[in-house]
Design a protein around this ligand. Structure first.
Ligand SMILES: Cc1cc2nc3c(=O)[nH]c(=O)nc-3n(C[C@H](O)[C@H](O)[C@H](O)COP(=O)(O)O)c2cc1C
Length: 392
């Protein structure tokens, strides 16, 4: 028997804006809370982690990094709010590049999904003063209740796009990233404008969907102008149930239908449409999925999005392959599967399917570090499965 490479629709080249990829298995942004204590800068372990997950011609998206100080949402997560923070990523981006990888930085502002003690003992900020249920970890490893945020003034909102653009420039120029992904999901600041539950504004950023989406599109335009549309991506998650955000199905449809033609016009590197719809990730975090009755990826296409589409959320290898083969998706963005399968693209190329992957990442205990002495555990210490030689 001769061995041959099993063909997978995921293993084919694609051009996304300024970026040329050899395959379509991308790594999703994942916050792992392993930045150095206190400085919150990336370190050698972070470099090892991303290097392990880099592949020739494969896209890796970094964990979210805040664009300005009041956007911080976690202890030991990174920022790209200063030149020092951006420059500290250079050894990590060099490592990913040395393995042939393409590396985008994810930019975010946590909005209300934070705590006053994380943002200089001032109230958190959001679209409107709508608090959220639940607790988060603050300094010292203790938990605190989420608070009611302060409503940002119109002028403050108008300045946000420049802040995202400055962070994008820092990330690419000083940090060495190939591009950036704007985080428009997870209930963070940009999604707090999009969702009706968290936006009761009466200015040009509140009311109809065109107003609620204004900030997201302003940010997309400013970042595109700063680093080029071909290096700009945006992640949207209409319908997610994180951050105490539950949107009715008609709102999810309205957001997708409005954003599809708007984002299509902008010729971005790609749109990352994330929708778990009740799939494994939600079950592991103990939340119900959005449970929408339509397929969000197909809906986004039929609503007029013609650009590069990355799809994400509870997808297995087989599902990713089908969406690419059908022409719905250009890129399949995997999160949890990358945690315990650092060489996921090699495994897919060798014909390994979902059932053959290491499922160790589906254990929330390994997601975040609570003790700097044990940062490597569940982070960089996964045994690497050798891709089996595919048989003819
Ligand atoms: C530990 C962990 C951290 C995450 N952090 C981020 C993040 O920083 N930014 C983001 O956009 N999504 C984040 N996510 C969500 C993933 O990017 C992805 O959207 C989600 O896990 C669904 O995809 P999957 O089923 O392939 O994992 C995180 C997920 C996990 C498991």
């Amino acid at each position: 028997m001769t061995s041959k490479i099993v063909s997978s629709p995921l293993i084919s080249s694609v051009t996304l804006g300024n970026v040329q990829l050899a395959h379509r298995v991308a790594m999703s942004a994942m916050t792992r809370l392993r930045m150095s204590p206190k400085t919150e800068l990336p370190n050698d372990l972070v470099k090892l982690y991303y290097g392990q997950r880099a592949s020739k011609g494969g896209l890796v998206i970094s964990e979210c990094a805040y664009v300005q100080p009041d956007g911080r949402g976690y202890v030991r997560a990174p920022g790209l709010a200063t030149d020092e923070q951006a420059a500290a990523w250079r050894p990590v981006t060099d490592e990913v590049h040395s393995r042939g990888g393409v590396f985008f930085a994810q930019l975010f502002h946590a909005g209300r999904v934070s705590h006053s003690s994380l943002v200089g003992n001032k109230p958190t900020v959001s679209a409107s003063p709508v608090g959220m249920a639940g607790q988060l970890y603050v300094e010292g490893g203790v938990k605190a209740d989420y608070e009611v945020p302060r409503e940002m003034s119109t002028q403050e909102v108008e300045q946000l796009s420049a802040s995202f653009a400055a962070a994008a420039q820092r990330a690419t120029k000083l940090g060495g990233f190939d591009g950036v992904e704007i985080h428009g999901g997870n209930g963070y600041l940009l999604q707090s404008f999009l969702a009706k539950k968290t936006n009761s504004r009466t200015d040009k950023y509140g009311g109809p969907i065109a107003n609620r989406a204004r900030l997201l599109l302003e940010v997309v335009d400013a970042v595109s102008a700063a680093v080029g549309a071909g290096r700009t991506a945006v992640k949207i998650q209409p319908g997610i149930t994180f951050s105490d955000l539950v949107e009715p199905e008609e709102d999810v449809a309205e957001t997708l239908d409005y954003l599809a033609p708007e984002l299509s016009k902008r010729n971005l590197a790609f749109v990352d449409l994330s929708s778990c719809n009740g799939e494994p990730y939600y079950r592991f975090v103990g939340l119900p999925g959005p449970n929408i009755s339509f397929d969000p990826f197909r809906r986004f296409r039929s609503a007029g999005y013609k650009g590069n589409l990355g799809i994400n959320g509870g997808l297995g290898v087989e599902q990713g392959e089908s969406y690419v083969a059908e022409g719905v998706a250009d890129l399949v963005i995997y999160g949890v599967p990358f945690i315990a399968n650092a060489n996921l693209p090699d495994l897919v190329a060798a014909g390994v399917k979902t059932a053959g992957l290491n499922a160790g990442g589906f254990n929330m205990k390994v997601w975040y570090s609570k003790n700097p002495q044990q940062d490597a555990e569940g982070y960089t210490d996964w045994p690497l499965a050798a891709p089996p030689a595919a048989q003819a």
